[in-house]
Design a protein around this ligand. Structure first.
Ligand code: NAD
Length: 176
């Protein structure tokens, strides 16, 4: 039984994450997915709650035939202790998959096998680009699995992002 760990913020979950996880699912017996920065939501960089991100991920991976465990993980203020924090929260795993340099470094230093999957059309498939498109009213739905678009509609997510941005600007005006 080989269990792999994959962590991300998933703000939002997109086709790059989906592509990588579908590849990982062909190689291992189970995947543990950590929803990082679980405490954050309703911010421009982090608009979605951990629960909303869990809905996006589980909906998108319904057809994957191996067990998938999706666990929210809050940030801690000490990088040196973060791997122990993660391991205290999730089922045991044999290796991690990540292309985030800090995540890779922290797990490597703990002697855990790290695989680094190639990025899938990174220019387009990035949370930053998708949130930018949502804010500006540009097309974004083709960059995420259909189930993610359903969740974003259900929670009125695009309007949330726009409203948060408006609030930010009002604060900027007040600070001038
Ligand atoms: P992310 O959602 O940006 O990315 C998740 C994974 O997907 C990464 O491995 C990334 O390289 C990959 N990815 C992104 N775009 C891709 C694409 N187009 N194709 C293929 N793969 C793609 O999330 P992240 O920033 O990597 O998440 C790391 C989490 O770990 C954050 O929540 C961070 O706060 C947390 N963390 C916390 C601490 C701490 O609390 N001290 C320390 C380290 C990391």
């Amino acid at each position: 039984m080989t269990r792999a760990f994959y962590i991300g913020r998933f703000q939002p979950y997109h086709n790059g994450h989906q592509y990588v996880l579908e590849q990982i699912a062909k190689k291992v017996d189970a995947i543990v997915i950590g929803v990082g920065s679980a405490q954050l939501s309703h911010e421009q960089q982090n608009p979605f709650t951990a629960g909303e991100r869990i809905l996006m991920i589980t909906g998108s991976l319904q057809k994957v035939r191996i067990p998938i465990y999706v666990i929210p993980i809050e940030d801690i203020r000490r990088n040196a202790l973060w791997v122990a924090h993660v391991r205290s929260m999730v089922p045991p795993f044999d290796m991690i998959y990540s292309s985030n340099p800090l995540v890779m470094r922290l797990f490597e230093e703990e002697g855990i096998l790290v695989q680094s999957p190639a990025l899938y059309e990174r220019q387009l498939h990035s949370g930053t680009e998708i949130r930018r498109r949502m804010l500006r009213g540009e097309d974004w739905e083709h960059l995420v699995p259909p189930e993610v678009a359903v969740v974003v509609r259900e929670i009125d997510g695009v309007e949330r992002i726009r409203q948060i941005a408006r609030n930010d600007c009002e604060e900027c005006e007040l600070q001038r």
